[in-house]
Design a protein around this ligand. Sequence first.
Ligand code: SAH
Ligand code: SF4
Ligand code: F3S
Length: 434
Amino acid sequence: MKYHIVTYGCQMNLHESEKIAGILKETGYLESAPMEEADIIVFNTCCIRENAENHAFGNIGALKKLKREKKNLLIAVGGCMVQEEGKAKLLKEKFPFIDILFGTHNLFELKALIERKRMQKKAVVSLLEERGETEDGITPVRTSYPNAWVNITYGCNNFCSYCIVPYVRGRERSRRAEDILREVQALVEAGYKEITLLGQNVDSYRGEDGTTFPELLDRVASVEGKFRVRFMTSHPKDFTEELVAVMKKHEKICKHLHLPVQAGNNRILSLMNRRYTREKYLEDLAILRREIPDCEVTTDLIVAFPTETEEEFADTLSLVEEADFSSAFTFIYSPRTGTKAARMEGRIPEDVAKDRIGRLIALVNSKTREKSARYVGKTVEILCEDFDEKKGMYLGRDEYGRMGYFCSDRDRIGEFVDLKITEANGISLYGEEA
Ligand code: SAH
Ligand code: SF4
Ligand code: F3S
Protein backbone atom coordinates (compact mmCIF):
# COMPACT_ATOMS: atom_id res chain seq x y z
CA MET A 1 0.00 0.00 0.00
CA LYS A 2 1.22 3.45 -0.90
CA TYR A 3 0.78 6.96 0.43
CA HIS A 4 0.81 10.48 -0.95
CA ILE A 5 1.15 13.58 1.23
CA VAL A 6 0.33 17.11 0.07
CA THR A 7 1.91 19.78 2.27
CA TYR A 8 1.09 23.47 2.53
CA GLY A 9 2.65 26.11 4.76
CA CYS A 10 5.85 26.54 6.69
CA GLN A 11 8.86 24.37 7.57
CA MET A 12 7.00 23.26 10.65
CA ASN A 13 4.40 21.66 8.41
CA LEU A 14 6.99 20.19 6.04
CA HIS A 15 8.61 18.48 9.00
CA GLU A 16 5.25 17.40 10.34
CA SER A 17 4.57 15.74 6.99
CA GLU A 18 7.77 13.74 7.53
CA LYS A 19 6.24 12.61 10.81
CA ILE A 20 2.96 11.78 9.08
CA ALA A 21 4.94 9.62 6.64
CA GLY A 22 6.54 7.92 9.65
CA ILE A 23 3.12 7.07 11.07
CA LEU A 24 1.82 5.87 7.70
CA LYS A 25 4.77 3.49 7.43
CA GLU A 26 3.90 2.06 10.81
CA THR A 27 0.32 1.68 9.68
CA GLY A 28 1.31 -0.42 6.67
CA TYR A 29 1.69 2.17 3.90
CA LEU A 30 5.19 1.40 2.78
CA GLU A 31 6.14 3.93 0.15
CA SER A 32 5.34 7.32 -1.22
CA ALA A 33 3.76 7.39 -4.69
CA PRO A 34 2.06 9.81 -7.11
CA MET A 35 -1.45 10.78 -6.06
CA GLU A 36 -3.23 8.53 -8.62
CA GLU A 37 -1.42 5.43 -7.36
CA ALA A 38 -1.81 6.10 -3.65
CA ASP A 39 -4.06 4.15 -1.27
CA ILE A 40 -4.15 7.02 1.17
CA ILE A 41 -3.83 10.75 0.42
CA VAL A 42 -3.09 13.07 3.32
CA PHE A 43 -3.44 16.84 3.10
CA ASN A 44 -1.39 18.74 5.65
CA THR A 45 -2.98 22.18 5.50
CA CYS A 46 -2.05 25.77 6.36
CA CYS A 47 -4.31 28.72 7.18
CA ILE A 48 -1.85 31.58 7.60
CA ARG A 49 -3.45 33.55 4.76
CA GLU A 50 -6.65 33.19 2.83
CA ASN A 51 -4.93 32.05 -0.36
CA ALA A 52 -3.28 29.15 1.49
CA GLU A 53 -6.75 27.96 2.44
CA ASN A 54 -8.22 28.47 -1.00
CA HIS A 55 -5.44 26.37 -2.46
CA ALA A 56 -6.18 23.49 -0.14
CA PHE A 57 -9.94 23.75 -0.69
CA GLY A 58 -9.45 23.61 -4.46
CA ASN A 59 -7.13 20.63 -4.36
CA ILE A 60 -9.21 18.63 -1.89
CA GLY A 61 -12.30 19.28 -3.99
CA ALA A 62 -10.54 17.97 -7.08
CA LEU A 63 -10.21 14.56 -5.42
CA LYS A 64 -13.91 13.79 -5.61
CA LYS A 65 -13.52 12.03 -8.95
CA LEU A 66 -10.55 9.92 -7.87
CA LYS A 67 -12.40 8.89 -4.74
CA ARG A 68 -15.40 7.79 -6.80
CA GLU A 69 -13.23 5.67 -9.10
CA LYS A 70 -11.19 4.14 -6.30
CA LYS A 71 -13.46 2.83 -3.60
CA ASN A 72 -10.72 1.88 -1.13
CA LEU A 73 -8.85 5.16 -1.32
CA LEU A 74 -8.63 6.94 2.04
CA ILE A 75 -8.51 10.72 2.20
CA ALA A 76 -7.25 12.36 5.37
CA VAL A 77 -7.04 16.10 6.03
CA GLY A 78 -5.01 17.50 8.89
CA GLY A 79 -2.93 20.51 9.89
CA CYS A 80 -3.61 24.10 10.87
CA MET A 81 -6.73 24.70 8.80
CA VAL A 82 -8.54 21.78 10.38
CA GLN A 83 -7.71 23.16 13.81
CA GLU A 84 -9.35 26.53 12.99
CA GLU A 85 -12.64 27.21 14.69
CA GLY A 86 -15.50 25.72 12.66
CA LYS A 87 -13.32 24.61 9.72
CA ALA A 88 -13.50 20.86 10.37
CA LYS A 89 -17.29 21.07 10.22
CA LEU A 90 -17.18 23.12 7.03
CA LEU A 91 -14.74 20.69 5.40
CA LYS A 92 -16.96 17.77 6.32
CA GLU A 93 -20.03 19.43 4.84
CA LYS A 94 -18.31 20.60 1.69
CA PHE A 95 -16.39 17.40 1.02
CA PRO A 96 -18.37 14.46 2.46
CA PHE A 97 -15.85 12.10 0.84
CA ILE A 98 -13.12 13.01 3.36
CA ASP A 99 -12.51 9.94 5.55
CA ILE A 100 -10.41 11.38 8.35
CA LEU A 101 -10.06 14.89 9.78
CA PHE A 102 -7.41 15.49 12.42
CA GLY A 103 -6.04 18.63 14.09
CA THR A 104 -2.53 19.82 14.90
CA HIS A 105 -2.55 18.40 18.41
CA ASN A 106 -3.39 14.83 17.55
CA LEU A 107 -1.00 13.92 14.81
CA PHE A 108 0.23 11.09 17.04
CA GLU A 109 -3.27 9.59 16.92
CA LEU A 110 -3.30 9.21 13.14
CA LYS A 111 -2.55 5.48 13.19
CA ALA A 112 -5.49 4.84 15.52
CA LEU A 113 -7.73 7.09 13.39
CA ILE A 114 -6.87 5.18 10.23
CA GLU A 115 -7.56 1.88 11.99
CA ARG A 116 -10.88 3.21 13.24
CA LYS A 117 -11.85 4.36 9.78
CA ARG A 118 -11.12 0.92 8.35
CA MET A 119 -13.76 -0.46 10.74
CA GLN A 120 -16.49 2.11 10.13
CA LYS A 121 -18.19 3.74 7.18
CA LYS A 122 -18.65 7.12 8.82
CA ALA A 123 -15.89 9.75 8.66
CA VAL A 124 -13.56 9.93 11.64
CA VAL A 125 -13.08 13.41 13.07
CA SER A 126 -10.65 14.01 15.91
CA LEU A 127 -9.63 17.37 17.31
CA LEU A 128 -7.94 18.17 20.58
CA GLU A 129 -7.99 21.60 22.19
CA GLU A 130 -4.45 21.50 23.49
CA ARG A 131 -1.65 19.07 23.97
CA GLY A 132 0.70 19.13 26.91
CA GLU A 133 3.49 16.74 26.05
CA THR A 134 6.20 17.61 23.55
CA GLU A 135 7.62 14.18 22.77
CA ASP A 136 5.56 12.35 20.22
CA GLY A 137 7.74 9.26 19.84
CA ILE A 138 7.28 9.36 16.07
CA THR A 139 10.21 8.49 13.81
CA PRO A 140 9.92 10.81 10.81
CA VAL A 141 10.60 9.68 7.26
CA ARG A 142 13.05 12.44 6.38
CA THR A 143 12.82 13.64 2.80
CA SER A 144 15.19 16.58 2.82
CA TYR A 145 18.63 14.98 3.10
CA PRO A 146 21.23 16.47 3.69
CA ASN A 147 19.07 18.87 5.71
CA ALA A 148 17.19 17.76 8.78
CA TRP A 149 14.58 19.69 10.71
CA VAL A 150 14.47 19.43 14.46
CA ASN A 151 11.62 20.91 16.49
CA ILE A 152 12.66 22.79 19.58
CA THR A 153 9.35 24.46 20.40
CA TYR A 154 5.75 23.97 19.38
CA GLY A 155 3.05 26.62 19.37
CA CYS A 156 3.29 30.35 19.99
CA ASN A 157 2.37 32.75 22.80
CA ASN A 158 2.99 36.01 20.99
CA PHE A 159 -0.43 36.78 19.59
CA CYS A 160 0.68 39.18 16.89
CA SER A 161 -2.67 40.76 16.15
CA TYR A 162 -2.87 39.51 12.53
CA CYS A 163 -1.75 35.95 13.16
CA ILE A 164 -3.76 32.75 13.44
CA VAL A 165 -0.85 30.53 14.55
CA PRO A 166 -1.37 30.81 18.34
CA TYR A 167 -4.99 29.73 17.84
CA VAL A 168 -4.24 26.69 15.70
CA ARG A 169 -0.93 25.59 17.18
CA GLY A 170 -1.71 26.29 20.82
CA ARG A 171 0.46 27.63 23.62
CA GLU A 172 4.20 27.43 23.35
CA ARG A 173 5.85 24.23 24.58
CA SER A 174 9.62 23.62 24.60
CA ARG A 175 11.17 20.20 24.15
CA ARG A 176 13.72 18.99 26.67
CA ALA A 177 17.26 20.07 25.75
CA GLU A 178 18.49 16.51 26.26
CA ASP A 179 15.98 15.14 23.76
CA ILE A 180 16.93 17.78 21.19
CA LEU A 181 20.64 17.09 21.59
CA ARG A 182 20.14 13.35 21.34
CA GLU A 183 18.20 13.84 18.10
CA VAL A 184 20.86 16.17 16.64
CA GLN A 185 23.65 13.77 17.57
CA ALA A 186 21.87 10.87 15.91
CA LEU A 187 21.24 12.91 12.76
CA VAL A 188 24.87 13.97 12.47
CA GLU A 189 25.98 10.38 13.00
CA ALA A 190 23.55 9.31 10.28
CA GLY A 191 25.25 11.72 7.87
CA TYR A 192 22.97 14.77 7.87
CA LYS A 193 24.98 17.90 7.10
CA GLU A 194 22.59 20.67 8.07
CA ILE A 195 20.40 20.86 11.14
CA THR A 196 17.62 23.45 11.24
CA LEU A 197 16.17 24.10 14.68
CA LEU A 198 12.48 24.88 14.31
CA GLY A 199 10.04 26.91 16.34
CA GLN A 200 7.52 29.68 15.72
CA ASN A 201 9.68 31.78 17.99
CA VAL A 202 12.94 29.96 18.69
CA ASP A 203 14.30 32.66 21.00
CA SER A 204 11.70 32.02 23.64
CA TYR A 205 12.88 28.41 23.99
CA ARG A 206 13.11 27.46 27.64
CA GLY A 207 14.32 23.98 28.53
CA GLU A 208 12.97 22.36 31.65
CA ASP A 209 16.25 23.06 33.40
CA GLY A 210 16.06 26.72 32.36
CA THR A 211 18.24 26.31 29.24
CA THR A 212 17.85 29.42 27.05
CA PHE A 213 17.95 29.46 23.26
CA PRO A 214 21.53 30.79 23.01
CA GLU A 215 22.61 28.06 25.44
CA LEU A 216 20.82 25.40 23.44
CA LEU A 217 22.31 26.70 20.21
CA ASP A 218 25.76 26.63 21.79
CA ARG A 219 25.29 23.01 22.81
CA VAL A 220 23.92 21.97 19.42
CA ALA A 221 26.82 23.65 17.60
CA SER A 222 29.25 21.89 19.96
CA VAL A 223 28.21 18.45 18.70
CA GLU A 224 31.19 16.96 16.86
CA GLY A 225 31.28 16.57 13.12
CA LYS A 226 31.15 18.69 9.96
CA PHE A 227 27.67 20.09 9.67
CA ARG A 228 25.81 23.40 9.66
CA VAL A 229 23.27 24.75 12.08
CA ARG A 230 20.37 26.99 11.13
CA PHE A 231 17.39 28.11 13.15
CA MET A 232 14.05 29.73 12.50
CA THR A 233 12.18 31.83 13.32
CA SER A 234 13.62 34.56 15.54
CA HIS A 235 11.48 37.35 16.94
CA PRO A 236 13.04 40.83 17.10
CA LYS A 237 11.60 41.46 20.57
CA ASP A 238 13.82 38.63 21.91
CA PHE A 239 17.02 39.58 20.12
CA THR A 240 19.99 39.41 22.52
CA GLU A 241 23.72 40.02 22.35
CA GLU A 242 24.10 36.58 23.86
CA LEU A 243 22.59 35.10 20.70
CA VAL A 244 25.00 37.11 18.56
CA ALA A 245 27.93 35.94 20.71
CA VAL A 246 26.99 32.29 20.18
CA MET A 247 26.57 32.83 16.42
CA LYS A 248 30.00 34.43 16.34
CA LYS A 249 31.61 31.71 18.43
CA HIS A 250 30.69 28.76 16.20
CA GLU A 251 31.69 28.34 12.61
CA LYS A 252 28.98 25.72 12.30
CA ILE A 253 26.22 28.28 12.81
CA CYS A 254 25.26 29.84 9.50
CA LYS A 255 25.82 33.56 9.28
CA HIS A 256 22.23 34.16 8.41
CA LEU A 257 19.46 35.53 10.55
CA HIS A 258 15.84 35.46 9.46
CA LEU A 259 14.37 38.26 11.52
CA PRO A 260 10.80 39.13 10.45
CA VAL A 261 10.20 42.84 10.91
CA GLN A 262 6.70 42.96 9.32
CA ALA A 263 6.54 46.76 8.99
CA GLY A 264 8.68 49.87 9.23
CA ASN A 265 6.28 52.18 11.02
CA ASN A 266 5.98 52.26 14.81
CA ARG A 267 2.24 52.86 14.94
CA ILE A 268 1.65 49.83 12.71
CA LEU A 269 4.14 47.71 14.66
CA SER A 270 2.28 48.57 17.83
CA LEU A 271 -1.10 47.70 16.28
CA MET A 272 0.46 44.42 15.18
CA ASN A 273 1.46 43.79 18.81
CA ARG A 274 5.06 43.17 17.80
CA ARG A 275 6.56 44.79 20.90
CA TYR A 276 9.61 46.49 19.33
CA THR A 277 10.17 49.70 17.41
CA ARG A 278 11.77 50.40 14.08
CA GLU A 279 14.66 52.10 15.92
CA LYS A 280 15.23 49.10 18.21
CA TYR A 281 15.17 46.74 15.23
CA LEU A 282 17.78 48.77 13.36
CA GLU A 283 19.95 49.06 16.47
CA ASP A 284 19.90 45.29 16.86
CA LEU A 285 20.94 44.82 13.23
CA ALA A 286 23.80 47.24 13.84
CA ILE A 287 24.97 45.16 16.82
CA LEU A 288 24.72 41.99 14.75
CA ARG A 289 26.73 43.47 11.90
CA ARG A 290 29.31 45.02 14.17
CA GLU A 291 30.01 41.57 15.63
CA ILE A 292 29.52 39.50 12.47
CA PRO A 293 30.07 41.89 9.56
CA ASP A 294 29.17 39.43 6.82
CA CYS A 295 25.97 38.15 8.46
CA GLU A 296 23.04 38.20 6.03
CA VAL A 297 19.61 39.19 7.25
CA THR A 298 16.32 38.21 5.66
CA THR A 299 12.84 39.19 6.75
CA ASP A 300 9.07 38.96 6.36
CA LEU A 301 6.98 42.03 5.48
CA ILE A 302 3.24 42.65 5.52
CA VAL A 303 1.64 45.49 3.56
CA ALA A 304 -1.83 46.98 3.92
CA PHE A 305 -2.38 46.17 7.56
CA PRO A 306 -5.71 47.83 8.60
CA THR A 307 -5.42 51.65 8.69
CA GLU A 308 -1.91 51.69 7.13
CA THR A 309 -1.48 55.05 5.37
CA GLU A 310 0.68 55.73 2.32
CA GLU A 311 3.22 57.51 4.57
CA GLU A 312 3.32 54.54 6.95
CA PHE A 313 3.84 52.17 4.05
CA ALA A 314 6.68 54.42 2.86
CA ASP A 315 8.31 53.72 6.25
CA THR A 316 8.43 50.03 5.32
CA LEU A 317 10.13 50.94 2.04
CA SER A 318 12.71 53.10 3.78
CA LEU A 319 13.32 50.39 6.36
CA VAL A 320 14.09 47.93 3.55
CA GLU A 321 16.65 50.42 2.26
CA GLU A 322 18.20 50.97 5.68
CA ALA A 323 18.20 47.39 6.91
CA ASP A 324 19.96 46.10 3.80
CA PHE A 325 18.11 42.76 3.72
CA SER A 326 19.45 40.14 1.34
CA SER A 327 15.89 39.02 0.61
CA ALA A 328 12.40 39.16 2.05
CA PHE A 329 9.09 37.35 1.94
CA THR A 330 6.36 39.88 1.23
CA PHE A 331 2.67 39.46 1.99
CA ILE A 332 -0.56 41.38 1.63
CA TYR A 333 -2.36 41.44 4.98
CA SER A 334 -5.03 38.75 5.05
CA PRO A 335 -7.74 38.95 7.74
CA ARG A 336 -7.98 35.75 9.81
CA THR A 337 -11.21 35.16 11.67
CA GLY A 338 -10.70 35.13 15.43
CA THR A 339 -7.65 37.40 15.44
CA LYS A 340 -7.67 40.91 16.86
CA ALA A 341 -6.74 42.61 13.58
CA ALA A 342 -9.68 40.98 11.80
CA ARG A 343 -11.99 42.95 14.11
CA MET A 344 -10.27 46.26 13.33
CA GLU A 345 -11.76 48.95 11.12
CA GLY A 346 -9.86 50.53 8.28
CA ARG A 347 -9.41 47.66 5.85
CA ILE A 348 -7.20 48.74 2.96
CA PRO A 349 -8.82 48.37 -0.50
CA GLU A 350 -7.40 45.59 -2.65
CA ASP A 351 -6.11 47.86 -5.41
CA VAL A 352 -4.14 49.92 -2.89
CA ALA A 353 -2.74 46.76 -1.27
CA LYS A 354 -1.69 45.39 -4.67
CA ASP A 355 -0.01 48.63 -5.61
CA ARG A 356 1.91 48.65 -2.33
CA ILE A 357 3.10 45.09 -2.58
CA GLY A 358 4.16 45.67 -6.19
CA ARG A 359 6.36 48.56 -5.16
CA LEU A 360 7.74 46.65 -2.19
CA ILE A 361 8.60 43.57 -4.26
CA ALA A 362 10.37 45.73 -6.85
CA LEU A 363 12.50 47.30 -4.14
CA VAL A 364 13.27 44.00 -2.38
CA ASN A 365 14.24 42.40 -5.70
CA SER A 366 16.53 45.22 -6.67
CA LYS A 367 18.27 44.94 -3.29
CA THR A 368 18.61 41.18 -3.71
CA ARG A 369 20.11 41.57 -7.18
CA GLU A 370 22.51 44.22 -5.96
CA LYS A 371 23.72 42.00 -3.12
CA SER A 372 24.02 38.85 -5.24
CA ALA A 373 26.07 40.69 -7.86
CA ARG A 374 28.73 41.29 -5.21
CA TYR A 375 29.37 37.56 -5.10
CA VAL A 376 30.60 37.29 -8.67
CA GLY A 377 34.28 36.38 -8.61
CA LYS A 378 34.14 35.15 -5.01
CA THR A 379 34.33 31.56 -3.82
CA VAL A 380 31.54 30.29 -1.58
CA GLU A 381 31.02 26.95 0.08
CA ILE A 382 27.67 25.40 -0.70
CA LEU A 383 26.06 22.29 0.69
CA CYS A 384 24.77 20.41 -2.34
CA GLU A 385 21.19 19.40 -1.70
CA ASP A 386 19.52 18.54 -5.00
CA PHE A 387 19.73 18.15 -8.74
CA ASP A 388 17.67 20.49 -10.90
CA GLU A 389 16.42 18.39 -13.83
CA LYS A 390 15.41 21.41 -15.92
CA LYS A 391 18.73 23.20 -15.58
CA GLY A 392 20.72 19.95 -15.56
CA MET A 393 22.68 21.33 -12.62
CA TYR A 394 23.33 20.49 -8.99
CA LEU A 395 22.30 23.07 -6.44
CA GLY A 396 22.84 23.92 -2.84
CA ARG A 397 22.85 26.81 -0.43
CA ASP A 398 25.70 28.76 1.00
CA GLU A 399 25.62 29.57 4.68
CA TYR A 400 23.89 32.87 3.92
CA GLY A 401 20.99 31.03 2.33
CA ARG A 402 21.79 31.86 -1.30
CA MET A 403 21.24 29.15 -3.88
CA GLY A 404 24.33 28.13 -5.88
CA TYR A 405 24.13 26.09 -9.10
CA PHE A 406 26.93 24.10 -10.74
CA CYS A 407 27.56 21.24 -13.15
CA SER A 408 29.12 17.96 -12.16
CA ASP A 409 29.35 14.55 -13.77
CA ARG A 410 28.82 12.66 -10.53
CA ASP A 411 26.29 12.75 -7.71
CA ARG A 412 27.24 15.49 -5.27
CA ILE A 413 24.19 15.58 -3.01
CA GLY A 414 25.27 15.83 0.63
CA GLU A 415 28.74 17.19 -0.17
CA PHE A 416 30.20 20.58 0.70
CA VAL A 417 31.44 22.13 -2.56
CA ASP A 418 33.52 25.28 -3.07
CA LEU A 419 32.04 27.28 -5.92
CA LYS A 420 33.72 30.11 -7.75
CA ILE A 421 30.80 32.34 -8.69
CA THR A 422 30.70 33.35 -12.33
CA GLU A 423 27.18 34.73 -12.60
CA ALA A 424 24.41 36.03 -10.34
CA ASN A 425 20.71 36.09 -11.14
CA GLY A 426 18.33 37.31 -8.44
CA ILE A 427 19.05 35.26 -5.35
CA SER A 428 20.64 32.47 -7.41
CA LEU A 429 24.35 32.17 -8.03
CA TYR A 430 26.04 30.13 -10.76
CA GLY A 431 29.55 28.89 -10.53
CA GLU A 432 32.27 26.37 -11.19
CA GLU A 433 33.95 24.15 -8.71
CA ALA A 434 36.97 25.93 -7.31
N1 SAH B 1 6.53 32.38 13.63
C1 SAH B 1 7.04 32.92 12.48
C2 SAH B 1 6.26 32.63 11.22
C3 SAH B 1 4.90 33.11 11.16
S1 SAH B 1 4.07 32.92 9.66
C4 SAH B 1 7.23 34.37 12.76
O1 SAH B 1 6.74 34.89 13.71
O2 SAH B 1 7.93 35.00 12.00
C5 SAH B 1 5.18 33.63 8.49
C6 SAH B 1 4.85 35.01 8.06
O3 SAH B 1 3.55 35.09 7.53
C7 SAH B 1 4.85 36.04 9.16
O4 SAH B 1 6.14 36.46 9.51
C8 SAH B 1 4.04 37.16 8.54
O5 SAH B 1 4.85 38.01 7.76
C9 SAH B 1 3.11 36.42 7.61
N2 SAH B 1 1.72 36.44 8.09
C10 SAH B 1 1.24 35.88 9.21
N3 SAH B 1 -0.09 36.14 9.33
C11 SAH B 1 -0.45 36.88 8.25
C12 SAH B 1 -1.67 37.45 7.81
N4 SAH B 1 -2.78 37.34 8.50
N5 SAH B 1 -1.65 38.14 6.64
C13 SAH B 1 -0.50 38.29 5.93
N6 SAH B 1 0.66 37.76 6.30
C14 SAH B 1 0.72 37.06 7.45
FE1 SF4 C 1 2.36 34.43 14.47
FE2 SF4 C 1 3.62 36.33 15.78
FE3 SF4 C 1 3.64 33.83 16.71
FE4 SF4 C 1 5.00 34.42 14.51
S1 SF4 C 1 5.41 35.23 16.55
S2 SF4 C 1 3.67 32.68 14.81
S3 SF4 C 1 3.72 35.98 13.54
S4 SF4 C 1 1.86 35.15 16.55
FE1 F3S D 1 0.65 27.70 8.08
FE2 F3S D 1 0.36 26.45 10.32
FE3 F3S D 1 2.77 26.99 9.43
S1 F3S D 1 -0.88 28.12 9.62
S2 F3S D 1 2.48 28.84 8.26
S3 F3S D 1 1.32 25.67 8.48
S4 F3S D 1 2.10 26.94 11.55
